[in-house]
Design a protein. Sequence first.
Length: 219
Amino acid sequence: MATSGNNVAVALFGGTFNPVHNGHLKIASELAEFLSIAKVKMIPCAFPTHRQKLNISPQQRTALLREGIGNEYPLLDVDDLELQRSAPSYSIDSVIYIRGKMDTDAPLYLCLGMDAFLEIETWHRWSELIDYCHIVVCDRPNYMAPQRGSLHKWINNHYCNDVSKIRKNSRGYVFFCHLSMLPISSSNIRSNIKYGLPIDGMTPSRVIDYIRTNKLYEK
């Protein structure tokens, strides 16, 4: 998808996926349906700039993501564009790259959890994102949108609560999306593996098999 002249909307769902879990897959699938997207591009971050060094490689995290999607999530697709870079991964670079392959009138959505969105002012060239895409913010337990300050003011300048309006425009809006969230985290999965606790039901069985076969997260 997203070739030159393509008027199909694109949604981007980035993350470390360390490892991917059922919460990631569920919310990405719901976003595809809510935004009327043919595919959501799941983009593993190769060199995350706001996280400590990860304990498995970008290639392994991408393999886990492919295993997690399998054939059960037809609305999701893996895009490894950030793995092609030798430098830190910046969202603005990915957004500009994908926008350049799309029809100028097609909507592009950057989908973030509320926890990530609250740190967006620390991102490289963060304020330029809105020039290339919409920012769709998904609820996360125990996180709320700011009620004051510079980010609150910026949100007010770009806020839209009408999903039909953002579907008709290619970029420029911040939209808060209220979808169901599963109480699962990658850190809990890693902790369970480290201490020999089960992770059944937290991530697809194919992911569990890959983790066990390759002895990931055991140290």
